[in-house]
Design a protein around this ligand. Structure first.
Ligand SMILES: *[C@@H]1O[C@H](CO)[C@@H](O)[C@H](O)[C@H]1NC(C)=O
Ligand SMILES: *[C@@H]1O[C@H](CO)[C@@H](O)[C@H](O)[C@H]1NC(C)=O
Ligand SMILES: *[C@@H]1O[C@H](CO)[C@@H](O)[C@H](O)[C@H]1NC(C)=O
Ligand SMILES: *[C@@H]1O[C@H](CO)[C@@H](O)[C@H](O)[C@H]1NC(C)=O
Length: 532
């Protein structure tokens, strides 16, 4: 008789326990633009597991909408949009960067490239640091956030306001990261020898000649400068004002509980890593869904030749008439059909095999069996989608890390790279022909790489969700964090220990030598006195 109520009680207890464990509260400080397009994918996955999500967004946000079925938002009022949030300033930056390529390989080109980059990043960091300060200053908001008792703080640290807020609210910190301001996200936590780890913007692979290693050190120097003198000062001002002594963005990032890094070793070169790093590169990829009928008809109309897909990213619509004409004329030479995401005016040389669209469902099209080639600017998202669906790549890098992403694909033998400022119809046609040529190994290599990428025990998205929940369940993941970041640089490299050992060693050596000499002298003297 007692067993039935007991059973009910047991069920009630386990369900309530279950829900208490499972449903958590997540506070998110995202980065706008293409970084948001994959942050939202993680938020959707967390939402589907029953977690409550709150997103901090600025009133000038470009991509991050105020209302969503997946999260509630808190809007921080800002007078001016951050550079990185504004299409016009990004377009200007891209135009100037491409113009500076005419000096490529010269000292002028080198400094012009970094000048543009430092300006863009510096301005953005200043305004993001202001957002952080204005949140911390707003006592009602901080009280509200504090009382909400979030379980975890999720942020993208390329603009690290979220890192400061997590510290202020004393919340466990999970980073969803592709880059940090000082370059590769591994730099602050894992050993990163410059001898085989190419620095971003170097365009090197992991096999570097002596000259390339010299350059790699110089490129690293530029990133150190960027961090020290461009990115860090506005945040350091916030840290000095509101936090205890010795706190910096770097030390807070090094103290993060978990790093969800958006890369994978089928993409990036092998390197040392840490226990609190989880690789989730390509987590947004999924099997293709059916296409809208007009696109499906177009794909099918390509017959045995298949389709070339071309898109240069969310940020970068039209690149000007001259470049568009080159693409249009080159595409017109091919028996393949071409699907081109193009927002500018219709090029005069457009072939009747080419269809222009304002937007395309990239993942579904790359997963379509008729797709033969992907012409891309080399953003991380697109490269991973091509890798997932095993489509070889023609890379047209424009800005940021795009060239370096494509260098990785080229090193795997699945891509060619062409410079948009130096190409003409002939060279573009050649490159396209090379990749489409069935006697060349691009497609075959991509299929092999894709099989390796997909051969994982847990899907990257499930990994991301599991580890975020892990941090919520255990209120952090301190047991995975090494002690390295608490050490000063000389202790990290054991220079102090080695110095002491060297001094003691030298002292003992000197003592031994002196004793031997003394002994020898005594013996010879004794010998002498005996013989006398
Ligand atoms: C502070 O935050 C509250 C609550 O989000 C908001 O209503 C208020 O406008 C904010 N104050 C300032 C000065 O931004
Ligand atoms: C949050 O609340 C706790 C306890 O209510 C308090 O000790 C702490 O100072 C608050 N933190 C902030 C940043 O206001
Ligand atoms: C485009 O090409 C024409 C003719 O070659 C040239 O005069 C013009 O300056 C070019 N425009 C741009 C924006 O490069
Ligand atoms: C497309 O153009 C090619 C050459 O310019 C021509 O041979 C072909 O008939 C055209 N196809 C259609 C459907 O108009």
């Amino acid at each position: 008789m007692a067993s039935f109520p007991a059973l009910v009680f047991f069920l009630l207890a386990t369900t309530s326990l279950h829900s208490r464990c499972e449903a958590g509260k997540v506070l998110v400080y995202p980065v706008d633009g293409s970084h948001w397009t994959n942050m939202i994918k993680i938020l959707e996955a967390l939402h589907s597991k029953g977690h409550q999500i709150t997103v901090l967004r600025s009133s000038t946000s470009w991509y991050i909408s105020e209302t969503s079925p997946y999260y509630t938002s808190i809007t921080i009022t800002q007078k001016q949009p951050q550079n990185i949030e504004s299409q016009t300033s990004m377009a200007t930056f891209m135009r100037q960067t491409l113009e500076s390529r005419q000096y490529q390989g010269t000292l002028k080109g080198f400094f012009e490239f970094y000048r543009l980059f430092f300006n863009l990043i510096g301005d953005t960091q200043k305004s993001v640091a202001n957002v952080a300060a204005s949140i911390i200053e707003n006592k009602t908001l901080v009280k509200e956030l504090n009382q909400s008792e979030y379980d975890v703080f999720l942020t993208d640290p390329v603009f690290p306001a979220g890192v400061l807020l997590a510290h202020h609210l004393k919340l466990p910190l999970v980073l969803n990261v592709r880059w940090i301001v000082g370059g590769d996200p591994h730099y602050p936590i894992a050993p990163s020898p410059l001898s085989y780890i190419p620095v971003v913007f170097s365009h090197h692979t992991d096999k570097m000649s002596f000259i390339q290693r010299v350059k790699n050190v110089i490129y690293k120097g530029m990133l150190v400068y960027l961090h020290r003198y461009v990115s860090n000062p506005p945040y350091q001002a916030v840290c000095d004002r509101y936090f205890e002594r010795g706190v910096s963005v770097m030390s807070l990032m090094q103290g993060a509980d978990l790093w969800l890094i958006r890369t994978d070793f089928t993409f990036d070169f092998p390197r040392p890593t840490m226990p609190n790093v989880v690789y989730i590169g390509g987590f947004q990829c999924k099997p293709a869904s059916p296409l809208p009928t007009d696109l499906e008809d177009f794909m099918q109309s390509s017959g045995e030749h298949g389709v070339i897909i071309m898109t240069l990213g969310t940020l970068l619509g039209d690149l000007g008439p001259n470049v568009s004409e080159i693409f249009a004329a080159a595409f017109a030479n091919f028996p393949q059909k071409v699907l081109w995401r193009h927002t500018g005016p219709r090029p005069a040389t457009l072939g009747n095999n080419t269809m222009l669209v304002k937007w395309l469902p990239q993942n579904d099209i790359l997963g379509h069996p008729k797709t033969r080639l992907f012409v891309t600017h080399g953003g991380t998202n697109g490269v991973f989608e091509a890798l997932f669906h095993s489509v070889p790549i023609l890379g047209i890098p424009l800005i940021f890390d795009q060239y370096d992403n494509l260098v990785r694909m080229e090193a795997h033998g699945v891509a060619e790279i062409i410079d948009i400022t130096a190409m003409d119809v002939k060279s573009l046609t050649n490159s396209l022909q090379n990749i489409l040529d069935p006697t060349k190994p691009y497609k075959e290599n991509m299929i092999k790489l894709s099989q390796i990428y997909r051969d994982q025990p847990i899907k990257p998205m499930d990994k991301a969700v599991f580890w975020i929940e892990f941090v919520m369940r255990h209120k952090g993941a301190a047991h995975l964090r090494t002690e390295s970041y608490k050490l000063p640089w000389y202790a990290y490299h054991c220079l102090d220990a080695m110095a002491v050992i060297a001094v003691v060693g030298l002292f003992m050596l000197a003592f031994t030598l002196a004793s031997c000499r003394c002994l020898f002298r005594c013996l010879t003297r004794m010998k002498k006195s005996k013989t006398e």
